[in-house]
Design a protein around this ligand. Structure first.
Ligand code: ADP
Ligand code: ASP
Ligand code: MG
Length: 824
């Protein structure tokens, strides 16, 4: 059994009474023989105290008064919620005393008109005292004996070079004394994080977010075996999850990696935490208070597994200074003088970059220190500037640093290339670059407005498969729903075997849409759409799918809508790939059609529409292969309506034509209004698409269309139509008999010739013709070409139905993935 474990709970874990109950449960469930529980102030409390001090300095007594009243209420509410009344009262009294003291100090500050470092240190540390008192009292009230320690009575610290330094000898001795005075102390200690006192016994702090550091200091003092840092995320993640929704939780990392990440702004752990833990080789676990069943991230000395790149972090509000001049070339000691001057000013340098020509040195400092840094450098190099050996000290403010961290980057070629190419693709300008020779960190300085784009692009370049597609489905009707079902069943296989990562991030029906940052669970999207859906807005949907941080975006249109089809050109122009079984766009005016095909080339957005003709049958692709390889198409002829195919395949005289229409309708083979099929308009659209594919400038209206809907029945309701249709059976029967007399059968076909003649209508074919031998709802197309002149090329098979159409759309999606580099 582990002997001693230090647990640190951050402010987010102690946000309110409910959180504190959770924390107590975690502690009570632990089995180690001794626990040291280091606590932060409740979330937001330190910030409020800092603000109160600033307001006092600015003589705003009302302002800080309100803040203190809020703090009082927040704590009293929690006391009342958690503790028996008498204990709550006791804690309330102690709180009153502290607040009175704070008011005195702030009043004095108001008189002095400025606040001192000491005031800030004293006042900001109270939050930890209140939360430690509260947690230990709550633990005791639940039967878990606990004692709280005011760390100011134990830790001796002083500030040197803008970092807190622990006096270990003194701290150890004070803890010894504290413990000697409490021989029967229970097994649970609740310790205030963040605070300490100076040699002279004056209150001080370990700096913002210093509770992590407190945890590792107490781990050293108590000779602990492990440190658990409890927070509100599952562990250390590959990037700040608030900035990068795709960030992954890491299972383990080395101290060095954690240190670099923390230094570069990964707020989840403070860099100072590492030293005492490293010295003793203590593992540090970063864990989620709200999901204690998870193991979290283990930070330890050992070599770490998995990813070469562990994480990305950013530092905001940076200024870049550049010292340039011939006077520095070959002059020893320049860097020393430069950085010595900055050190004397107490300015910390975040990053340094010097080219080997020594013509310039460029370094990054926190923006707030930029003016002082420039002045210090100008002073240090006054003579050189005067004599012209140094031309200028240039300051660029409004920058940030993006760092990529990972032990595994050492000696592994290609990572920098991926990083920079991702930034390049995202159009991020890099102002400066630094890579330490440990190769554990590559840092770049970029303009602040580019920061988030840079971070997301780099994260996706380094972590995501380059075939990661952000997908939106418009039209979740019968084909759309089936497409999602098929996709769902293959997602993990495609990811595992081919590294194709298909992420459906938007789904829209005609009324509602669901947008999600994380991939939508395709097993339960209908429910999610109901609960989290919003009114459809195609513009927002497209913008959401076209997420800058994901390598590719595709929209799948499974509607039959003109309005949606009208959006394709704007989608393609933005670089969004479009996949569709919707014929509307390709059959609309030729100018629009041409625009779609052109924009496709200009921004390399692919436009795929195999399923607009013959569902999943390889018709468009076959035609395209013929054209691309230089074959000359003389004629395309085909049965391209599953409904009409069925009707004439079954029309053998045993039943009247109207009865077959009725049957097809009841089998679901027709549109709700069968006239939509019988009019031949759908076939005319398909012929227009095929004609354009071979380079003809055909409009839909140029197709010579012979509708099967009798003139008299073109208007009226569906019911009227069904009722009246039998009256026209005679005409149809005559046509059938005439054909039969010549050993022929009737077929409803579309035809287009190279000369641009296009027609759609009923024709008779000899029994030996391929069209006479089709079944059920089969489609069939004959391509007569110069290469296939004797015998046409034939494509035949089921050319309608939700399953095959959905599969065709899916196949187009995979074709897109392979255009984007997947090897399927
Ligand atoms: P606590 O109150 O527990 O100290 P903080 O808010 O200080 O919590 O730190 C935890 C937060 O750090 C997380 O909620 C997360 O948003 C942020 N964060 C930034 N970078 C990372 C990272 N690389 N991994 C995990 N969390 C990170
Ligand atoms: N409460 C302090 C802060 O907010 C210390 C900490 O939470 O780590 O900075
Ligand atoms: Mg923190």
């Amino acid at each position: 059994m582990t002997a001693t474990v230090v647990h640190k709970f951050g402010g987010t874990s102690l946000a309110d009474a409910a959180c504190i109950r959770r924390v107590a449960e975690i502690i009570a469930a632990r089995s180690e023989s001794r626990r040291v529980v280091v606590v932060s102030a409740m979330a937001g409390v330190t910030n409020a105290l800092v603000r109160a001090v600033e307001l006092a300095g600015a003589r705003d007594a009302d302002g800080y008064g309100r803040l203190l009243a809020d703090l009082e209420r927040k704590h009293r509410d929690a006391f009342a919620d958690l503790l028996p009344p008498n204990v709550a009262r006791e804690l309330g009294e102690a709180l009153d005393k502290d607040l009175a003291e704070i008011r005195d100090v702030l009043h004095a500050t108001t008189l002095l008109r400025r606040h001192s470092r000491e005031t800030l240190d004293l006042v900001t540390g109270y939050g930890e005292i209140w939360s430690a008192r509260m947690l230990s009292a709550y633990l005791a009230s639940r039967g878990c004996a606990a004692v709280w320690i005011d760390a100011r009575e134990i830790l001796t610290a002083s500030w040197k070079d803008a970092t807190p330094e622990i006096d270990w000898t003194s701290s150890r001795a004070r803890l010894e004394r504290w413990r000697a005075a409490r021989a029967n102390a229970p097994a649970t200690f609740v310790v205030t994080g963040f605070i300490a006192s100076t040699e002279d016994g004056v209150a001080t702090t370990l700096g913002r977010n210093g509770s992590d550091f407190s945890a590792s200091i107490f781990a050293a003092l108590f000779d602990a075996d492990e440190i658990h840092i409890w927070t509100d995320v599952d562990g250390v993640m590959s990037a700040d999850p608030r900035l990068v929704p795709e960030a992954l939780t890491l299972d383990e990392m080395s101290y060095d990696e954690a240190m670099e990440l923390a230094y570069f702004g990964a707020k989840v752990i403070h860099p100072s935490t590492m030293a005492p833990a490293v010295e003793r080789g203590l593992p540090i676990f970063i864990r989620n208070t709200f999901r204690p069943e998870l193991p979290g991230t283990r930070i330890h000395a050992g070599p770490s597994s998995g990813f070469a790149v562990k994480g990305l972090a950013t530092v905001e509000s940076i200024a870049l200074l550049n010292l340039e001049g011939t006077g520095m070339i070959g002059v020893p000691g320049t860097a020393q003088r430069l950085f010595g001057a900055l050190r004397d000013e107490g300015i910390s340098v975040v990053m340094i970059s010097q080219g080997s020509s020594e013509h310039s040195i460029c370094f990054a400092v926190p923006a707030t220190t930029a003016d002082r840094a420039r002045a210090a450098v100008e002073r240090a190099f006054f003579a050189e500037q005067h004599h012209g050996q140094i031309q200028r000290v240039e300051v660029t403010s409004g920058c940030g640093i993006l760092a990529v961290v990972g032990d595994g980057m050492a000696g592994r070629p290609g990572i920098a290339a991926k990083f920079f190419s991702a930034l390049g693709k995202a159009r991020v300008n890099i102002r400066a670059i630094a890579q330490g020779s440990s190769e554990r960190n590559i840092s770049v300085v970029v303009d602040a407005p580019d920061m988030q784009r840079a971070l997301r692009a780099a994260h996706s370049g380094l972590y995501l498969s380059s075939q990661t597609l952000s997908i939106g489905l418009v039209g979740a009707g019968s084909v759309g729903t089936e497409f999602l079902r098929q996709l769902d069943s293959q997602l993990s296989r495609l990811k595992q075997d081919f590294d194709v990562d298909l992420r459906v991030r938007a789904i829209a029906t005609s009324k509602r849409m669901l947008l999600s940052d994380r991939p939508i669970d395709l097993g339960h999207w209908t429910r999610a759409l109901e609960t989290n859906g919003e009114p459809v807005d195609l513009e927002r949907l497209a913008a959401h799918v076209h997420a800058e941080h994901l390598p590719h975006a595709a929209l799948v249109d499974c509607t039959a809508s003109d309005d949606v089809a009208r959006q394709y050109d704007s989608w393609l122009a933005r670089g969004i790939h479009v996949i569709t079984p919707n014929k509307r766009a390709n059959a609309s005016d030729i100018d629009y059609y041409r625009r779609l095909r052109r924009s496709n080339r200009a921004v390399s957005a692919h436009y795929l529409y195999e399923t607009t003709v013959g569902a999943a049958l390889p018709i468009i692709q076959t035609l395209r292969d013929l054209v691309q390889t230089g074959d000359e198409i003389s004629e395309i002829e085909g049965i391209l309506s599953g409904t009409l195919s069925f009707l004439f395949n079954s029309f053998d005289g045993s039943r009247p034509f109207s009865a077959l229409v009725e049957q097809a309708r009841s089998l679901g083979y027709t549109e709700p209004d069968p006239r939509d099929d019988l009019s031949g308009m759908d076939v005319a659209r398909k012929m227009t698409i095929l004609a354009r594919e071979i380079g003809l400038s055909l409009e839909l209206r140029d197709v010579d269309l012979h509708s099967l809907v009798p003139e008299a029945l073109q208007r009226g309701t569906v019911a009227d139509f069904i009722e009246a249709l039998p009256r026209h059976d005679g005409e149809m029967e005559t046509l059938r008999r005439d054909a039969l007399a010549n050993d022929k059968v009737l077929r409803f076909v579309g035809r287009v010739t190279r000369g641009g003649e296009a027609s759609v209508g009923l024709r008779a074919y000899p029994n030996s013709h391929p069209f006479a031998r089709v079944h059920l709802t089969d489609n069939i197309v004959l391509f007569r070409t110069s290469r296939y002149s004797e015998n046409p090329l034939v494509v035949q098979g089921p050319g309608a139905g939700r399953e095959v159409t959905a599969a065709g759309v899916f196949a187009d999606l995979l074709r897109l993935a392979s255009y984007l580099g997947a090897v399927l």
